[in-house]
Design a protein around this ligand. Structure first.
Ligand code: ZN
Length: 423
């Protein structure tokens, strides 16, 4: 008999394996995976070699799709791929992907938040490792806005996070500062987050085409021939704080100014994946004006590749799905389009008709959401609400007008009615 703990919210796959291990009194990882395999074979018959991540999804009684999309780093690592991008991360066809690379980390070490640990202990009596903390470029806990701590052990997940508080070290202040304040690092995080929310990868060829188009417009070197134009890798080097760049993409340490760096520059011309997903995110963050623009370009390129039937079936998400995605994406149109697997243009058109304006506009530090809360919920005058969000008054006024489409429709109806009666 195997004791099977309930999966916790955002729990990291390796951390869940650790809880199965500890709950059942196993001493090591191998003993735990052997027991999982035996339990699974007994339950489902002899079904051949099953990936550890799939065994864990059975143990947690959730679909492989749920386990992949909410508990693994696979959607980050496989966000852009040349290899079978049509296969969703958690589909039955992804079995070999799970066997080969399902259990890997997205960055070295294990990251924890002391505040989360304290909160978990007071609410549940134990703590768990969160996937959100293990993503490259994340240095603050999203819940507590507190700096994460790092453990130099990729299997620290087998023990409870609290057991590693003493041997964890704080994230360097420079990394946190870079992550929060630099527009390129923020864009890197936002694009990565939006792509990770997808249930399937984006084809590398679509992303490469979008990046190349933008690089050409900026007159950068877009192929592997003799150097004649400025390099994308130099642009990245100039735009990113060095410590941050070398932490999210360690291969950048070998970059020399004016010299081609194949893992960075190759994202524009190597069709079999020049590098890890972080190189594509870095290129996207420096080439495009905003995360929305980058994601919109990728989705548009991808849509132009998709067969007509597939495009038709995904072209009109229901209002309920759009509304839920809008909430989950905190009002960012491009992320809504990704979640609903539709184009940015379609998402924009439908959301505007629903009176749900884009709350993320441009790269500047403007908090339209806070401004809208101050105006609608707290009842502050427009100018005061705009000041709270750091938003130009005219822009907030435009947002308020966009949110008033239902009233506009009714006013038009009244006008038509009045015209009919007068006729
Ligand atoms: Zn936290």
């Amino acid at each position: 008999m195997l004791l099977r703990p309930s999966l916790m919210d955002d729990e990291m796959d390796r951390g869940y394996l650790g809880r199965v291990k500890r709950l059942n009194g196993f001493r090591e990882k191998r003993e735990t995976t052997d027991a999982l395999r035996a339990w699974d074979a007994c339950l489902r018959g002899n079904v051949g070699r099953v990936a550890t991540t799939e065994l864990l999804s059975h143990c947690a009684a959730v679909s492989l799709e749920t386990f992949s999309n909410s508990h693994m780093t696979l959607p980050w690592r496989r966000a852009i791929t040349p290899f079978h991008p049509e296969i969703a991360h958690g589909s039955a066809e992804a079995a070999s992907i799970h066997r080969i690379s399902g259990f890997r980390l997205a960055r070295d070490g294990a990251y924890l938040c002391p505040e989360c640990i304290a909160g978990d202990h007071s609410s549940a009596g134990f703590s768990h490792w969160r996937r959100e903390h293990q993503i490259p470029g994340r240095y603050l806990c999203g819940r507590h806005q507190m700096p994460l701590r790092r453990v130099e052990n990729e299997w620290a997940f087998l023990e409870a996070p609290v057991a590693h508080l003493a041997d964890s070290v704080p994230i360097a202040y420079a990394l946190m500062e870079a992550s929060c304040q630099n527009p390129v690092t923020k864009s890197f995080n936002a694009i990565g987050e939006a792509l990770m929310a997808r249930t399937a990868p984006l084809p590398l060829r679509s992303v490469m085409r979008a990046l190349k188009r933008r690089a050409r417009a900026l007159d950068l070197q877009v192929d592997g021939s003799a150097l004649r134009r400025p390099l994308l890798s130099d642009l990245i080097l100039d735009a990113c704080p060095t410590d941050w760049l070398e932490d999210v993409f360690p291969a950048a340490r070998a970059k020399r100014r004016g010299v081609r760096h194949h893992q960075l520059d190759g994202v524009l011309y190597l069709s079999n994946a020049a590098s890890s997903v972080e190189a594509y995110l870095l290129a996207s963050a420096v080439l495009f004006e905003s995360p929305d623009e980058a994601i919109g370009a990728f989705i548009a390129e991808n849509a132009s590749d998709a067969p007509p039937v597939r495009r038709r079936s995904k072209s009109a998400p229901a209002m309920k799905s759009l509304r839920e995605a809008y909430v989950a994406a905190e009002g960012r149109y491009s992320a809504v389009a990704v979640r609903c697997e539709t184009s940015l243009a379609i998402a924009r058109a439908r959301l505007e008709r629903m009176g749900l304006p884009n709350l993320v506009r441009g790269r500047a530090q403007r908090d339209f959401r806070n401004a809208a809360v101050a105006f609608y919920r707290q009842g502050l005058p427009l100018a005061e609400a705009a000041a709270i969000g750091g938003v130009p008054c005219a822009d907030l006024e435009a947002l308020v007008r966009e949110a008033g489409v239902a009233l506009i429709d009714v006013l038009d109806l009244m006008r038509n009615e009045a015209a009919l009666q007068a006729a």
